[in-house]
Design a protein around this ligand. Structure first.
Ligand SMILES: [Zn+2]
Length: 300
């Protein structure tokens, strides 16, 4: 019974409960500390739900990656908080800041910010799978060997900066208020936790519209080209448009499906992962044997 409540209630709790709390507090100009607090609560809820209804129980066991993933999460979230704090300075110098629909209710402004950021971040993400130097930076995120909540915050800080630029720059140019950007930062963190959560939650037909873990697992299939699907951060609308949407309700995922077939020995330490994009081995490799393996994997 309790497991069923988590299975069906986890996504509404995170999307409406945590994001709603973020909107409520941001609209009242609360201190930025609440933002940190909400993200910590969201991470705690993700860990708890993963233990109550895990998708794969073994993905809850660390692979000597807990310290590294905590470092990625801490550094990346700190960068986001500092960037949000700089928004009022940037907004003041953009000539188009009057474009922002500031008279709309706060929740409507937040939804607009989410949709604009979704387009920018999803498009940069797609480009990161096609353009060599972006893939070098993005590969850090695809090196995961177990699929769990903190994976979402595990990315190269430079890649996060590029993604954020694509998602948030249009908002800054339009004059997004810092309160809306603060709430958006919580929504992004919650979304990344949901997308990668090792939680066997269900959202019914919404799985083909919302960018959640059922679809995002296909994005982490390890074979070159096969994982070039479901790039969306908040929604899969852009994947439907770009024709990169993929879903098979029968498909189950194991540890052997994850990672990068062309880079089986990707560094696992925090600092070696930061350095890897700038080394020769950080380049994109195409391994014909891995491609043949992919055909086999798809059939199975
Ligand atoms: Zn990706």
């Amino acid at each position: 019974m309790f497991a069923s409540v988590i299975r069906y209630g986890y996504v509404p709790f995170m999307l409406i409960g945590i994001n709603g709390a973020a909107a409520f507090l941001a609209a009242r100009n609360s201190s930025e500390l609440w933002l940190v607090g909400l993200i910590v609560v969201a991470v705690g809820c993700s860990f708890a739900a993963e233990r109550i209804v895990p998708y794969r129980r073994e993905w809850n066991d660390g692979l000597d990656d807990a310290g590294r993933d905590t470092a990625h999460a801490f550094v990346n979230e700190s960068f986001i908080l500092v960037s949000v704090a700089a928004i009022p300075l940037l907004a003041a110098v953009t000539p188009l800041h009057h474009l922002w629909p500031g008279t709309l209710p706060f929740v409507a402004q937040l939804l607009i910010a989410v949709l604009v950021a979704d387009f920018g971040i999803t498009t940069i993400h797609l480009a990161s799978h096609k353009i060599g130097w972006l893939w070098r930076l993005h590969a850090v995120h695809h090196s995961v060997r177990r699929f769990y909540g903190l994976n979402g915050l595990m990315k190269h800080p430079l890649h996060q900066a590029v993604e954020m630029l694509g998602g948030v720059l249009p908002l800054i140019v339009m004059g997004v208020p810092v309160q809306v950007a603060s709430a958006l930062a919580v929504c992004v963190a919650v979304q990344l936790l949901l997308q990668h959560a090792n939680v066997d939650y269900r959202v019914g037909p919404l799985r083909s519209v919302l960018a959640l873990n059922e679809g995002h697992r296909f994005h982490h299939l390890k074979w070159a080209g096969v994982g070039d699907v479901n790039f969306g951060l908040f929604t899969l609308l852009w994947d439907h448009l770009y024709r990169t949407y993929s879903f098979d309700p029968q498909r189950r995922f194991t540890t052997d499906d994850l990672g990068m077939a062309a880079k089986p020995h990707y560094p696992t330490g925090y600092f070696s992962q930061l350095a890897e994009p700038f080394t020769a081995s950080g380049a994109c490799h195409f391994d014909p044997a891995a491609a043949a393996d992919a055909t086999h994997g798809q059939a199975g």
